[in-house]
Design a protein around this ligand. Structure first.
Ligand SMILES: *Cc1c(COP(=O)(O)O)cnc(C)c1O
Length: 465
């Protein structure tokens, strides 16, 4: 205890750190306020370490602070779009930007950064519809008559409700009144879209007859919302999309299927069950909504496929213009859709490639990585079995068997922070004094930079335990 308070008392002041010679070199590359900010952060982190029981005597504290400041100066902390190696194992990690794009999509996006024929038909020389080819390919892929693309699936939900059913009732099961995340709650979306919520059934059980009884002159639509971020089990039932589509209803009442995850691939060989977009279209949903950057593995956007008459109605809505996508999204989406259409998704789309990666291959990569770290003195490093969650509002509770590298010992929090704060940044998983790097979501090209980062971090990482 005495040691701790003495260590805290001995923490250097900002001015003292400023005078260290290593710092003056950094000083030349940044502004004074920037440097002061880094020093303050470094001192705060050091204080935290001491409070957590790290025995940092004054010399060690100064060295650790200088090291921390150097790291921060190399790493542009203000930038929010740096390359991050995702060693968390979570395939669709919302904080890491969900799906990584396919090379072909990145190349297409790059081309579109300059002038591009986003609304120009190069054959006729006339104006064309924005994203026309992407929507044609999406219709082909899903089997729907037509499609539109907006900036995300939440925007798609909003647009559909507003354009199709404003001022009227939309029937939804009480078991599906979800919060998607980021505070996007379905009942609030209904209100904002000017639609009246007609809840039916109960939290756990909703029957077809509940929908049938709720049908009235004021009904504008029926919506089904896929449970993509939580599970319900036990005494639970609700009609399937096939059954909902069969509900007797006037021509003006469409069935909307908000799938969210956008699955096009049969995942049963992975032991996963997820409703697919073609299934929803095929059984007769009038409009099907999904995200571009979940299981579809493309750029962030909201895709709506369905019957032409409803899609036309969406196109005429003033909201459409407010939620339209930019040329870069269209470029990446078009390329991603081409890959799906060509049947190459498991080879070319990183998300699917990672999902279908065998646990054995991941284990081999872990063993190879471990071997590259074997000569470094320091904490214990070993290969362990683990689970990679799919994550990101797609298949709740589902995970795939995987392997990772486990680094154990006290101070792994510090190691995790160091790994995060240098280029390329590495995001790992820490639990109970163990740092785990799950390699399922780490691409082959990232293995060498990851090994290099680990070598340099472990070499300076001393395990105080
Ligand atoms: C994820 C999800 C959304 C929101 O999609 P974003 O593209 O993140 O806006 C909407 N509905 C469902 C069912 C979802 O799973």
């Amino acid at each position: 205890m005495n040691n701790k308070s003495e260590a805290l008392r001995n923490l250097p002041a900002v001015d003292e750190v400023m005078r260290v010679s290593d710092i003056s070199e950094i000083r030349e590359r940044c502004t004074r306020p920037q440097l002061v900010g880094w020093i303050r952060e470094a001192v705060a982190r050091c204080r935290q370490q001491i409070l957590c029981g790290d025995d940092l005597r004054s010399g060690a504290a100064m060295a650790s602070i200088v090291d921390d400041v150097r790291r921060q100066s190399q790493f542009d902390v203000g930038r929010t779009t740096q390359a991050v190696i995702n060693a968390t194992g979570v395939l669709l990690h919302t904080n890491l930007g969900r799906a990584p794009l396919a090379d072909r999509a990145i190349a297409r996006m790059n081309e579109a950064c300059r002038y591009t024929n986003v609304e120009l038909n190069l054959v006729s020389g006339r104006r064309s519809k924005r994203g026309e080819r992407a929507t044609r390919l999406l219709s082909q892929l899903s089997g729907a008559e037509d499609a539109v693309v907006v900036n995300n699936c939440a925007g798609a939900t909003m647009l559909v409700l507003q354009a199709i059913a404003a001022g009227r009732e939309v029937i939804v099961s009480r078991g599906q009144l979800v919060e998607i995340g980021g505070g996007f709650r379905l009942p609030d979306v209904f209100t904002a879209a000017g639609v009246l919520l007609r809840e039916v059934g109960t939290t756990n059980r909703t029957y077809l007859k509940d929908y049938e009884q709720a049908m009235a002159d004021s009904t504008g639509a029926i919506i089904r919302v896929h449970r993509s971020n939580f599970l319900q089990s036990g005494f639970v039932t609700e009609p399937t999309i096939e059954e909902l589509v069969a509900v007797e209803r006037p021509d003006r009442v469409p069935v909307i299927d908000d799938l969210g995850s956008g699955c096009f691939h049969d995942l049963s060989s992975l032991g996963l069950q997820e409703p697919t977009v073609p299934h929803s279209v095929n059984v007769g949903a009038d409009l099907t909504l999904f995200s571009g950057d979940k299981l579809f593995g493309g750029p962030q956007c909201g895709i709506i496929v369905g019957r032409r008459r409803w899609i036309d109605q969406l196109r005429r809505s003033p909201i459409m213009r407010a939620v339209r996508v930019d040329k870069l999204t269209i470029a990446a989406l078009e390329a991603t859709t081409e890959i799906h259409l060509a049947g190459n998704s498991v080879d070319e789309i990183p998300l699917l490639r990672m999902m279908f990666k065998s646990a054995d291959d991941i284990r081999s990569a872990c063993v190879a990585l471990c071997d590259q770290l074997a000569d470094i003195e320091g904490p214990e490093v070993r290969v362990i079995e683990c689970e990679s969650p799919i994550g990101g509002g797609s298949i709740p509770g589902a995970s795939l068997p995987s392997f990772g590298i486990e680094i154990s010992g006290r101070g792994v929090d510090r190691l995790a922070a160091s790994l995060r704060m240098s280029a390329p940044a590495v995001q790992s998983r820490v639990a109970q004094d163990c740092l785990v790097l799950d390699l399922r979501a780490v691409s082959e090209l990232e293995l060498a930079p990851l090994a290099a980062r680990l070598r340099s971090e472990l070499a300076t990482f001393s395990d105080p335990a």
